[in-house]
Design a binder for this molecule. Structure first.
Ligand code: ADP
Ligand code: ZN
Ligand code: ZN
Length: 682
């Protein structure tokens, strides 16, 4: 037995850059990964054991170690590879290790309580019954299987062959919308399940999971498929987590946080819609689900497949650089053909709720043929501005630097940034003019105008407001799937994944803002969105048509996209990024600050910038500047962009900033954060 004290390194869910050390008697030493209860200041906290040493304390540690109060888990819940992934992620994203670990645990496990006996049972798999399926039943594929097209078959074989490598490179599966990528995923997973391994499927959005789950269940009727998404209760989430942890869950489907599901038998990771920015968490622990999928696969030496119709510039660049492999699906199986895209100059026309007369005619013709139409407008509410035509007063949010959106049905003004609401004033608060006017279009107005214009056809609006009640979205989607002629009005929620066979016309409104945006990612995102939305049209026998309304019809990149397709468009964007040394040709970190005044926020960032310059870091510094959304929820927001050709230099600079954190001016009143590889600059 060791004479030396046991030093236990424990991560606690606090904004600390290091673990804390505690003592414990020899007979109670916890395992790595076990949860413990430790004293923290005057309180107690749950912690996770990361390291145990038995050595004399170093001079700076030479004080009495506080004892661990209780060991909660005999057998640790996280497995070593889970800890390794989170440790890597916390370092890469410069996020406190304890907070990173605890945010990746189900809520129930964050509490200072041992696991209930019932839950413990889920973890225990009798040795006699390994997770592989009993012969002749269970995991086999279901009936009514589609026959893969030659192209799909080739793609499948190619990926399977690549996957045989001991250290497979990530594969980018670039398949146009509706090319049958999901069918390829299913067949990639099949042999894994028979071998008793697990597969993890990460999707960007919750809206996609029920449809996907249904397809997986049909394909693998005997498999244990679990779904992790934000709507699960704490109990359900824990259960799912434990099923995955024990190896009993064969397939795990979930949104970005699913990347942190423990799965000891993991044999394949699939990231669907890899380009989607919602795979990046935009607050707190700002990790990218796709990038962590690639990292996790690399750590485990297993294949990872990144599927999309519109690859991110990062992934295309990784293909060019030879880091990723690349395979394509360029046709829709069966008779479905990609839709035809058309740019429509809306300047010559008087618009009806944003729609041109030719668009309205196209809608009428489509409905009369018994087919469905989708009008895509990425703005909910009735109108984005309410103003007084006589004195110019505008309804703006008291807490943010934006206009409030008028929601006609509820007759309220709503701020889409902070959620503040107020009654619509009966008259102008400034000059008492009783006739206030609205400006611009939202989905509510579009719905109303379309209802009045086409009274004989249903109009189904799908946005966050119209689907907030439980079951509402499912009901609306079911109506659309009945295939009766109708008009679908929708936002982002409708952009991806959904498969509506009788939808043959898509009209896309209001893209001009993105065409003119200064955000270097705006055009990439717009191109992806347009292709995804367009991809909703003509997914079955009938050909699809897409109309893109714009007042910038000459925009060269728009022409590139419509005339030549996504790949040349993306190549041109990559050329531009290269010229500016922007990602993926350089690396960015965004330092955000917010405070009760712009001055305070800027001052802190100025200080950081100055410190970096004084200390001789070879880092590009842009800013500080006010954020595009200057004020949000009563806080003024500023940002400082750091750039470098070398990832390592950027990391060193951020480490330096964090190490000197305590010297920052106004630190107690300014909230600030680091965002590595930022996707969103609002
Ligand atoms: P993606 O994931 O690439 O958008 P999906 O896998 O969802 O494409 O397939 C699009 C549609 O085509 C689905 O309705 C699917 O059932 C159908 N499909 C896919 N592969 C085939 C095939 N080999 N034969 C016939 N239909 C197919
Ligand atoms: Zn007025
Ligand atoms: Zn607001």
């Amino acid at each position: 037995m060791s004479q030396h004290p046991n030093i236990v390194h424990v991560a606690v869910p606090r904004p600390l850059r290091t673990t804390l050390t505690y003592g414990i008697a020899n007979e109670h030493i916890p395992a790595i990964g076990a949860r413990v209860i430790v004293p923290l200041g005057k309180q107690l906290s749950t912690g996770l054991v990361l390291k145990v040493e038995s050595r004399p304390p170093s001079p700076d540690e030479n004080f009495e170690l506080k004892p661990i109060q209780q060991v909660l888990d005999e057998t640790p819940l996280p497995d070593p590879s889970w800890l390794e992934l989170l440790d890597w992620a916390a370092r890469y994203y410069h996020y406190p290790i304890g907070e990173a670990l605890f945010s990746a645990l189900p809520v129930t496990l964050r509490k200072p309580k041992p696991l209930s006996a019932r839950m413990l049972k889920l973890l225990a798999i009798p040795d006699a019954n390994p997770p592989s399926p009993p012969a002749g039943e269970g995991l086999g594929m279901g009936g009514n299987l589609l026959t893969l097209s030659d192209e799909q078959q080739l793609c499948l074989q190619t990926i399977q062959q690549w996957s045989q490598s001991d250290n497979p490179r990530p594969t980018l599966l670039h398949g146009i919308t509706g090319s049958g990528k999901t069918e390829v995923y299913l067949r990639l997973i099949a042999p894994l399940l028979t071998a008793g391994r697990q597969a993890l499927v990460v999707v960007p959005e919750i809206g996609l999971t029920p449809q996907l789950l249904e397809r997986f269940t049909r394909f693998f009727p005997g498999a244990n498929i679990v779904c992790l998404h934000s709507a699960l209760s704490d109990g359900e989430r824990l259960k799912t987590w434990l099923l995955a942890r024990s190896g009993q869950a064969n397939i795990i489907i979930g949104t970005r946080s699913a990347i942190f599901t423990p799965a000891p038998q993991l044999g394949l990771i699939i990231v669907d819609e890899e380009h989607d920015t919602s795979l990046k968490q935009q607050e707190g622990f700002r990790y990218h689900g796709r990038d962590l999928a690639v990292k996790r696969a690399q750590m485990l030496h297993i294949p990872v497949v990144l599927g999309t119709a519109t690859p991110s510039l990062e992934s295309l660049y990784n293909v060019q650089a030879g880091r990723y492999r690349h395979t394509r699906l360029q046709q829709r199986p069966g008779v479905a053909k990609p839709p035809s895209l058309q740019i429509q100059d809306c300047r010559p026309f008087a618009l009806e709720a944003g729609l041109t007369p030719p668009s309205l005619q196209a809608i009428r013709a489509t409905l009369q043929r018994g087919e469905q139409v989708m009008v895509f407008l990425n703005r909910r509410g009735f109108a984005p501005a309410l103003f007084c035509p006589s004195c110019g007063w505008q309804a703006s949010c008291h807490h943010c630097s934006v206009n409030m959106t008028w929601h006609a049905r509820r007759n309220r003004l709503v701020c889409h940034h902070c959620g503040a609401e107020q009654a619509t004033p009966a008259e102008c608060p400034s000059c008492h003019n009783p006739k206030l006017t609205t400006q611009g279009q939202g989905t509510e107005r579009l719905e109303l105008v379309l209802q009045n214009t086409f009274p004989e056809f249903p109009v189904v609006r799908i946005d966050r407001d119209s689907t907030s009640r439980k079951g509402e979205l499912e009901d609306k989607l079911a109506t659309v799937r009945s295939n009766a002629p109708l008009i679908l009005v929708g936002t982002q929620m409708l952009a991806k994944g959904h498969d509506f066979p009788n939808l043959t016309l898509v009209i896309i409104l209001d893209i001009d803002q993105s065409l003119l945006s200064t955000d270097y990612r705006a055009l990439e995102k717009l191109g992806q969105l347009l292709v995804q939305v367009a991809g909703r049209a003509g997914r079955a026998e009938k050909p699809g048509q897409v109309i893109l309304q714009t007042s910038q019809p000459q925009h060269p990149l728009l022409h590139q996209l419509v005339g030549h397709g996504y790949t040349p468009f993306a190549r041109q964007l990559l050329e531009e990024r290269k010229r500016w040394h922007f990602p993926p040709f350089g690396y960015h970190a965004l330092i955000r600050a917010s405070a009760s005044s712009m001055e305070k926020a800027t001052k802190l960032l100025d200080h950081i910038s100055q410190q970096l310059a004084d200390s001789g870091f070879d880092i590009q510094r842009l800013g500080p500047v006010p954020a595009p959304l200057e004020k949000r929820a009563n806080r003024y927001r500023a940002q400082l962009l750091l750039g470098s050709h070398q990832r390592a230099s950027l990391h060193n600079a951020v480490k330096f900033i964090l190490a000197n954190e305590t010297k920052l001016p106004g630190r107690s009143s300014v909230r600030w954060s680091v965002d590595m590889d930022p996707m969103d600059f609002t």
